[in-house]
Structures are given as structure tokens and as C-alpha cells.
Design a protein around this ligand. Structure first.
Ligand code: NDP
Length: 290
């Protein structure tokens, strides 16, 4: 029987509606709506689409969206000053700097400058460190969104063997940490992994975050495995495809995410949930300081 589809679009709408309701309840109690600042440097075509979507969706849930568009020529010091300014602004609860950055700006320096309490992308070493220690605070959006999709299956994750293909700091590594937190036995595969097909075949859960169209073959998938495809690639015809050969993998998997309409929509929904969570955490800290 072909796999059931994990409909990321539907789950993302559900998460977004939950955030919208929570924001409305806060505002009804006289609190300010959470604010999210999305910083874009330069005009990278794909980034501009992501940034526009993030800003628009922020407004649709009743949050305040702060847009900061800087030229590609902006100096690192000026960018860091802007991040400090947003960090000090109490109406800004979340700060996101859209990647990639121009080559003259050190991405690590920028990420580390964001106040960890406002780091809604969850990329700051403080937040990654907390996740690694099993004490998550603000969690990277894409892996956290994948966990929500895994929860949709209703399957117990404890004890399952999860194979994550990819070890990037924004997807693969934090994904592995999330799965470990869920008591999976985790294998991280990467470009130096030997016998990749066999490694993937041993996975009850397979998460593909490689960035290569239809890289994961259908016969690499164990019968009944859950397949989460993070990849977003354009094929030769310009169509969006994932990292997994969907049609072939679907014949063997129990659940599978489509591309588009799987992990992608979950990333923005999780960003909004993180912004709300950041506002709540900041409010708790402010109360403690009274
Ligand atoms: P990166 O390029 O940063 O990382 C790719 C990873 O794949 C690396 O760890 C690399 O290994 C590994 N890899 C490359 N070739 C092979 C191979 N032949 N065998 C095994 N592993 C290999 O990509 P990202 O993690 O940033 O993104 C991955 C994909 O996810 C992309 O398609 C991206 O567009 C998509 N994405 C989707 C998001 C969403 O919201 N749905 C969000 C973010 C990304 P090594 O480390 O050894 O080089």
C-alpha cells in the first residue's frame, strides 16, 4: 500500500491558527502583540521570496512585522549595530537575519550577535547548545517543524532508528539532536558516509537534507519507514522537487512528506510559534526582574 502523505500545508495552517489565537488572547488581555524583525541584506532572489512570505505571514497572525532591508554593500559593523538596536528594542521579540549573507560578512559573527532570547531561528550557539544538552529553549525552525510532522503520524518515536542525511548547522545537526531528544537511535550520514544506501535502509525514519534532487532512491527505503524530505530543489524542467525520489519511495514508506507542501510550510509556521514563545519567555524574565 502506498505511503500516507504527511500534509505539511495542513499542519502548518493548524499551527498558524493556534499562534493567531494565542496572539489574540494576549492582545485581549492588554498585552502588546509579539514583534518579529526580519533583516534582509542585499537582494538574493530566493531570499526575497522567503522574506516576503515571512513578513506577510507574521502580519496575518496579528503580530507586528519589522522590516529591515540593507544594501548588499552594508559593512559587517553596521549590520551588527542594527542587530544591537533590534536587541535593545522591547517591541521586537524575535530577530531573524535571512541567510545567505554577502561574502564580506561573517555569518557566525552575525548569528552570535543576536540576543539568544530573541533568536527565533534557533541558530545561536546558546540555543544550539541547550538543544544539545537536552534543555531546548528556542529551537531551529525546520527540524522542529519536522518533529511536529513526525508527531502527526501518531507513531511512538522512542527506540526507532532515525537516519538523518546531511549535517548542516541549520538542518541536519539540529534534526539529529531533536530525534535524540525524542529517544530515537540516531545515525547522521554525510558526504563521507560509506555504503549510504545500506545505512539508509536501516532507518525506521529517514530525514533527507542533502540539497540534491531525487538523490535518495526508492529502494533505499525500508518497508514501512517514515520519510521526511527537507530538500527543496529545482529539477531540469524548473519544477520543485525534494531530495527523495518521491514516487518510488512512496511505494515502500508508511508515511512520506511531499515537496512542495511538506516540510517547507512548517518552517514558517514554526518561526511564528517560536516568536510567540520568545515573547512569553521574555515576559517571564521581565516579571522575574521586578
Ligand atoms: P547544505 O548544503 O548546508 O548541507 C547538505 C548536507 O548534505 C551536507 O551535510 C553534506 O555533507 C550532505 N551531502 C551532500 N552530498 C552528499 C552525498 N552524496 N551523500 C551524503 N550526504 C551528502 O544544505 P542544507 O542543510 O542547508 O539544506 C539541505 C536541503 O534542505 C536543501 O535542498 C535546502 O534547500 C533544503 N532546506 C529546506 C528548508 C525547508 O524549509 N524545507 C529549510 C532549509 C533547507 P557534508 O557535510 O559532508 O558536505
Amino acid at each position: 500500500m502506498p505511503a500516507r502523505i504527511l500534509d505539511g500545508k495542513r499542519v502548518a495552517e493548524q499551527v498558524t491558527a493556534e499562534v493567531r489565537d494565542a496572539v489574540a488572547r494576549r492582545v485581549a488581555r492588554g498585552m502588546t502583540a509579539p514583534g518579529l524583525a526580519v533583516v534582509q541584506v542585499g537582494e538574493h532572489a530566493a531570499s526575497s521570496i522567503y522574506v516576503r512570505n515571512k513578513r506577510r505571514t507574521t502580519e496575518t497572525v496579528g503580530m507586528r512585522s519589522f522590516a529591515l532591508d540593507l544594501p548588499a554593500t552594508v559593512g559587517e559593523r553596521d549590520l551588527l549595530d542594527e542587530i544591537d538596536r533590534l536587541g535593545a528594542d522591547p517591541s521586537v521579540n524575535g530577530i531573524l537575519v535571512q541567510l545567505p549573507l554577502p561574502p564580506h560578512i561573517a555569518r557566525e559573527a552575525v548569528i552570535e550577535r543576536i540576543d539568544p532570547a530573541k533568536d527565533v531561528d534557533g541558530f545561536h550557539p546558546y540555543n544550539v547548545g541547550r538543544l544539545a544538552l537536552g534543555m531546548p529553549a528556542l529551537r531551529p525552525c525546520t527540524p522542529y517543524g519536522c518533529m511536529r510532522l513526525l508527531a502527526e503520524t501518531g507513531e511512538a518515536l522512542k527506540g526507532k532508528h532515525a537516519v538523518v542525511i546531511g549535517r548542516s548547522t541549520i538542518v541536519g545537526r539540529p534534526m539529529a539532536l531533536e530525534l535524540l531528544l525524542a529517544h530515537c537511535t540516531v545515525t547522521i550520514a554525510h558526504s563521507a558516509t560509506r555504503d549510504l544506501a545500506d545505512v539508509v535502509r536501516s532507518g525506521d525514519i529517514v530525514v533527507a537534507a542533502v540539497g540534491k534532487p531525487r538523490f535518495v532512491q526508492g529502494d533505499w527505503i525500508r518497508e514501512g519507514a517514515i520519510v521526511i524530505d527537507v530538500g527543496i530543489n529545482r529539477n531540469d524542467e524548473g519544477k520543485l522537487v525534494g531530495d527523495v525520489d518521491f514516487d518510488a519511495a512512496r511505494e515502500r514508506a508508511s508515511y512520506i512528506t511531499p515537496v512542495p507542501g511538506g516540510v517547507g510550510p512548517m518552517t514558517i509556521a514554526t518561526l511564528l510559534a517560536n516568536t510567540l514563545h520568545a515573547a512569553e519567555l521574555q515576559q517571564r524574565e521581565a516579571l522575574k526582574a521586578l
